[in-house]
Design a binder for this molecule. Structure first.
Ligand SMILES: C=CC1=C(C)c2cc3[nH]c(cc4nc(cc5[nH]c(cc1n2)c(C)c5CCC(=O)O)C(CCC(=O)O)=C4C)c(C)c3C=C
Ligand SMILES: [Fe+2]
Ligand SMILES: [Fe+2]
Length: 336
């Protein structure tokens, strides 16, 4: 009997037209796990403010990102399929989906159902757990499969930040940059989250979003901020980067509510002010290069760092289609 595997990445606009970007933003931001406020204010915020005003600006950014193959987030995910199928062999049926836009989770699950699989292993492609990403994928899969007459065994990978092959790809990519340049400092920039989303998931209210996130243990194992610090520590250890030579920070704040800190924009200015000239940036929340890595960290933050007095700002590429990343995924599938 064959086992099903569904890789799920975030999703991206179908094209760089303002209409497609608006459609993407609407679907993404209407998700109650992403904008976690009551339905009516969320509808007003998304449809009357964000979609109309943000879509043209975001479309211009996506035009800088898309290549002749389209959106990197999508084609790098597609590129993993054949090598993963080859590694896993004939006992597995491997499909992929995007949480938002296309191909949909519905279409991916339908393919697995049609292949008569005996089980489904869903891997949301987010190394660290957040309700807005991993949680949302799990939510959607459950919403769809609860209507099925036959529900096979379903398994979810909720996080994989400690997977050694995943960490090794990041370290290997970083090492390549470090062989060419003697960097003064290293930045680990993660996608941000509203603070309240972490507080809501904090068991026994133990997360204060301060120094508590520096330690990673059973009680805060799903605190996104603690997971980001832990991921950084594991990569830094592999590369021999001492604690005082790296900073963990959070990018892409949306709206006025407090998001988890420190903000990358503040960190890069402080680094330049304190005389740091050469910085290497890692983006370990993202497995595929995308708007948040290539454009935001690789271009915008670079410009801001240089404007603030820095000289060199480089970005370590994401895992993309690295063969070791395919091995890491195969390991996640096989582990029990
Ligand atoms: C890596 C994990 C991610 C988390 C956590 C996350 C939370 C989150 N994001 C938004 C709003 C936006 N994110 C956007 C792009 C985007 N976000 C992620 C990943 C995470 N988001 C990725 C991989 C991408 C890039 C997709 C691509 O097509 O390349 C965007 C769209 C771009 C823009 O207009 O800036 C928005 C909006 C919120 C509100 C949020 C947590 C609540
Ligand atoms: Fe995002
Ligand atoms: Fe925490």
């Amino acid at each position: 009997m064959k086992k099903g595997v569904l890789l799920v990445n975030l999703g991206t606009p179908d094209s760089t037209s303002v209409a497609d970007v608006r459609k993407y933003l609407r679907e993404f931001l209407s998700d109650k796990r992403v904008i976690d406020i009551p339905a009516v204010p969320r509808w007003m915020l998304v449809n009357l403010i964000i979609a109309p005003f943000r879509a043209p600006k975001s479309a211009a950014e996506y035009r800088k990102l898309f290549t002749e193959r389209g959106s990197p987030l999508k084609y790098y995910t597609e590129d993993l399929l054949d090598p993963l199928r080859a590694l896993l062999g004939a006992d597995y049926v491997v499909e992929y989906a995007m949480r938002y836009q296309s191909p949909s989770i519905q279409s991916g699950l339908d393919k697995l159902k049609a292949a008569n699989v005996s089980s489904i292993h869903v891997i949301p492609m987010f190394p660290q757990y957040a309700s807005a990403t991993t949680g949302s994928v799990i939510d959607k899969v459950m919403e769809i499969t609860k209507t099925w007459q036959i529900i096979p065994e379903i398994r979810f990978t909720s996080q994989f930040l400690e997977d050694d092959k995943f960490l090794e790809v990041i370290a290997k990519n970083g090492r390549r940059w470090m062989e060419k340049t003697d960097y003064d400092h290293f930045v680990f920039s993660y996608h941000g989250l509203p603070e309240r989303q972490i507080k809501k998931g904090s068991v026994g209210n133990q997360c204060q979003l301060g120094a508590c996130c520096n330690k990673f243990h059973e009680r805060n194992q799903f605190c996104y901020r603690a997971q980001c610090f832990h991921t950084s520590r594991l990569v830094a250890d592999k590369l021999g980067i001492p604690e005082d030579k790296y900073t963990v920070c959070f990018q892409s704040r949306l709206g006025k509510d407090p998001w988890i800190q420190p903000y990358t924009e503040d960190v890069l200015k402080e680094l330049a002010k304190s005389g740091k000239k050469k910085v290497l940036a890692f983006s370990p929340a993202f497995v595929s290069d995308c708007l948040e890595t290539t454009i935001e960290v690789g271009q915008e933050y670079k410009e801001e760092f240089i404007e603030a007095g820095g000289e060199q700002w480089d970005l370590v590429e994401s895992l993309n289609d690295d063969p070791l990343w395919v091995e890491s995924l195969a390991g996640l599938v096989r582990e029990r």
